[in-house]
Design a protein around this ligand. Structure first.
Ligand SMILES: C[S@@+](CC[C@H](N)C(=O)[O-])C[C@H]1O[C@@H](n2cnc3c(N)ncnc32)[C@H](O)[C@@H]1O
Ligand code: SF4
Length: 374
């Protein structure tokens, strides 16, 4: 099983918290689209297996015109062997989801939308500098459901400054009222080179206390799981049958090809990182140069990645598999640490498989640090 990721590095507005790769200058959109089409052809041999997932991410893929989206989708179908019943996801911002856009997306095979909801409070959306209102989100979701795209993932952010517990609960209720099949919920991280990073340095905002973030996380987990959403990865919840196939393949170290500025690719033993800058990416492609750097992963690095990604999922880490793949066994000290996690009711450990529960997920990175080789 393999996947294709296409990075669309453009947004209408820069959200105050986001340091993903995107530009709000839209004059290069056509050039980047054309370069992605060329890149798809040049890298058609990268994946030998049939494609089971396609994922347009960003940035904001929904701001592309129908013609631009069609161009890329056709190129992907032309150069890769695409299975019939693929999961085809596109990340969208609510303000882009007009009737025409939704119908068009369904017509090119998009069968899953990941919609950047973030909050259902207009004051908070404004504070985050989002390009939409809560009402636009409600309308967008209803439109998608009415016009054939029923597999809908909604994103939320918690740990936002000046948000009361009551407001957080109201947000959760508004979100589930839309009956999404999948939910991604991220703790706000305040990144250095963002407006929030700058405001934090100047004392214009204060980071939310750890205890408040923990409380919001716990309220969210209890609420979603009580409604039959499975907490299957630290930041992700799904109704039965709706886990994200594309993201799950990252967490299972499956191969994928990333097209577009800043996209990565992975083939099991090495990663390729496309150049971030949009103009440089276009120039490299036009000049027939490789737009990426290759980083080979040593066995130790592969093992570290394996532990860091698997521990975040409810498939957990099978240490028999770890031994077979990496010839690595846990030390006595590490086994004692696992016993502590189990006694604190943060994990289960049976048949050499360690699985964190929601309580454990919250500290998954520090758990991984204890389990990796020194
Ligand atoms: C990079 S966006 C791309 C999709 C789309 N543009 C959107 O805004 O939803 C993917 C997700 O990452 C989240 N995100 C980006 N930066 C973040 C940060 N510093 N803290 C928490 N979530 C963040 C966004 O809010 C969004 O839900
Ligand atoms: S969160 Fe999404 S819309 Fe906002 S700047 Fe980042 S990529 Fe763009």
């Amino acid at each position: 099983m393999a996947g294709i990721y296409i990075h669309i590095p453009f947004c209408r507005k820069a959200c105050h918290y986001c340091d993903f790769h995107f530009s709000t200058t839209l004059n290069l959109v056509d050039k980047v689209v054309d370069a992605i089409v060329i890149e798809a052809e040049k890298r058609k041999s990268y994946l030998s297996e049939p494609i089971e997932t396609i994922y347009f991410g960003g940035g904001t893929p929904s701001l592309l015109s129908n013609a631009q989206l069609e161009k890329i989708t056709k190129a992907v179908h032309k150069h890769f062997l695409i299975k019939d019943d693929i999961e085809f996801t596109l990340e969208a911002n609510p303000d882009d989801l007009t009737l025409d856009k939704v119908k068009f997306l369904a017509s090119i095979g998009v069968n899953r939308l990941s919609i950047g909801t973030q909050s259902f409070n207009d004051r908070v959306l404004k504070f985050l500098n989002r390009s939409h209102t809560a009402n636009q989100t409600l309308q967008a979701v209803e439109l998608c459901k009415s016009y054939g795209i029923k597999n809908i993932s909604l994103d939320l952010i918690y740990g936002i400054p000046d948000q009361s517990g009551e407001q957080w609960k109201t947000n959760l209720e508004a979100l589930v009222a839309l009956k999404p099949t999948h939910i991604s919920c991220y703790a706000l991280t305040i990144e250095d080179k963002t407006v929030f990073g700058n405001w934090l340095k100047k004392g214009k905002i204060t980071a939310v206390e750890d205890d408040t973030v923990t409380e919001e996380y716990e309220v969210m987990v209890d609420f979603f799981t009580s409604l039959n959403y499975k907490h299957y990865e630290v930041s992700n919840f799904a109704k039965p049958g709706y886990i994200s196939q594309h993201n799950s393949s990252y967490w299972h170290q499956k191969p994928y090809l990333g097209l577009g500025p800043g996209a990565h690719s992975f083939n099991g033993s090495s990663r390729q990182f496309n150049v971030l800058s949009n103009p440089t990416y276009c120039k490299q492609i036009v000049a027939n140069n490789k737009p990426y750097k290759i980083e080979s992963l040593s066995l130790k690095e592969q093992l570290t990645e394996f532990i860091f990604t698997r521990i975040r999922t409810n498939w957990g880490i099978n240490f028999n598999e770890v031994y077979q793949l990496f010839n690595y066994q846990l030390s006595f000290k590490q086994l004692t640490y696992i016993d502590t996690l189990v006694s604190k009711k943060m994990a289960t450990f049976a048949n050499n498989v360690l699985i964190l529960n929601s309580k454990g997920f919250f500290i998954s990175d520090s758990v991984a640090l204890e389990l990796i080789p020194t």
